[in-house]
Write a protein that binds this ligand. Structure first.
Ligand SMILES: *Cc1c(COP(=O)(O)O)cnc(C)c1O
Length: 354
């Protein structure tokens, strides 16, 4: 039986994408070659890379606006370092909304001066700080749009002349935003775009080339742009499968349509958390993520029963992160609402039993 996959990452992909990707591993486009055994300089793969980069900009509404899309390696974790390498000259600001922001800060500190503009650590990151001042002398302000572990999401981004850099690993392509407000966006593919192994970077070109340090080639965005995102052998399978997912998203109606579906799933999930007395939500209500719903049992003694019921219903991947505990339902783009219904049913069954 196919499970209801609530995994936080690597996570669910559309079934049709998995089928197409599996076929391409055996024989890509009836060429008599596997996708993963052909040259990345072949016309077949060069087209894949070009299409993927173009479709990213199209879906984000960034075509012809001075942005470049890159498919890199090293995960979002390498971007913690690479953004600072390429953009940090004097001082950068970070909004600390959780474990991933903290890691981003730690890496950037190895490159230059960092200030923590604001933090929600005082309440174990269960909310998004608001109304803070952004100093005007920063090279950039770094944000984490969706806090995968804590289940909070920035709903409204600061307006500032300072360039915005945003880690969108767990909510890229999930909701309509004015993406032109960001100067650099990065996202590990494995949460909402594709398999692990590639990281999307979308960067406004005029932001680059301003720092004085000598950037190693493999860490230099300009070098990657100059090489059409093929400075070295790209992760061909991850890029192709990401392209398939983006094509699926376009066919579904793009970000506008998926946002509506994501809202419905989140509403269903959070109403159960709020109405069922056996559960309590972790994140502040106004900052709740549409992607990762974090919640706890009101009475830990019910855990074995609840876990057994989840297993019985084929619900997978809902264990909370060790720093929050409890449960986390990740409801990425490819998760059907039927899976949320299945989870909600188990939660209300527990209420009937208890
Ligand atoms: C998962 C995640 C990361 C880390 O991604 P890797 O690709 O494993 O390096 C960074 N930021 C956020 C918000 C994440 O959810």
């Amino acid at each position: 039986m196919k499970k209801h996959n609530f995994s936080a990452g690597p996570s669910i992909l559309p079934q049709e994408v998995l089928q197409q990707a599996a076929k391409a591993v055996i024989d890509y486009n009836n060429e008599g070659l596997s996708l993963i055994e052909m040259s990345h300089r072949s016309k077949a793969f060069v087209d894949i890379m070009e299409n993927a980069r173009a479709l990213v900009l199209e879906l984000l509404g960034l075509e012809g606006k001075g942005y470049q899309a890159l498919f890199l390696q090293g995960g979002a974790s390498l971007q913690f370092l690479m953004t600072a390498m390429n953009l940090l000259e004097k001082k950068a600001g970070y909004v600390n909304t959780g474990a991933w922001s903290e890691k981003a800060i730690k890496e950037a500190q190895k490159i230059g001066e960092i200030i923590e503009v604001v933090s929600s650590k005082d309440a174990n990151f269960n909310y998004i700080p608001k109304g803070y001042n952004v100093p005007s002398d920063l090279d950039y302000l770094h944000l984490t749009s969706n806090n995968t572990i804590f289940g909070t999401q920035i709903k409204s981004f600061p307006t500032t002349p300072v360039p915005l850099v945003c880690d969108m690993s767990s909510d890229i392509f999930s909701r309509v935003l004015d993406f032109t407000q960001f100067d650099l966006i990065y996202a590990g593919a494995q949460k909402n775009m594709g398999p692990a192994g590639t990281t999307l970077v979308v960067v406004k070109e005029d932001l680059l080339g301003k720092v004085s340090r000598n950037i190693p080639a493999i860490l230099d965005y300009q070098k990657h742009i100059g090489a059409d995102s093929m400075l070295n052998t790209p992760p061909v399978f991850a890029v192709y499968t990401s392209l398939l997912t983006l094509e699926w998203l376009k066919k579904e109606g793009g970000i506008t349509a998926i946002e509506e579906a994501n809202e419905k799933k989140a509403t269903l999930m959070y109403s159960e958390i709020d109405l069922n007395p056996l559960f309590k939500g972790f994140a502040a209500v106004e900052d709740r993520s549409t992607m990762n719903a974090t919640f706890n049992l009101a009475d830990e003694a019910l855990k074995p029963t609840f876990d057994a019921m989840l297993k019985e219903a084929g619900i997978s991947g809902v264990n909370g992160h060790r720093s929050v505990g409890g449960y986390r339902a990740s409801m990425y783009n490819a998760l059907p609402i039927e899976s949320v219904q299945a989870l909600v049913e188990v939660m209300s069954e527990l209420e009937n039993k208890a």
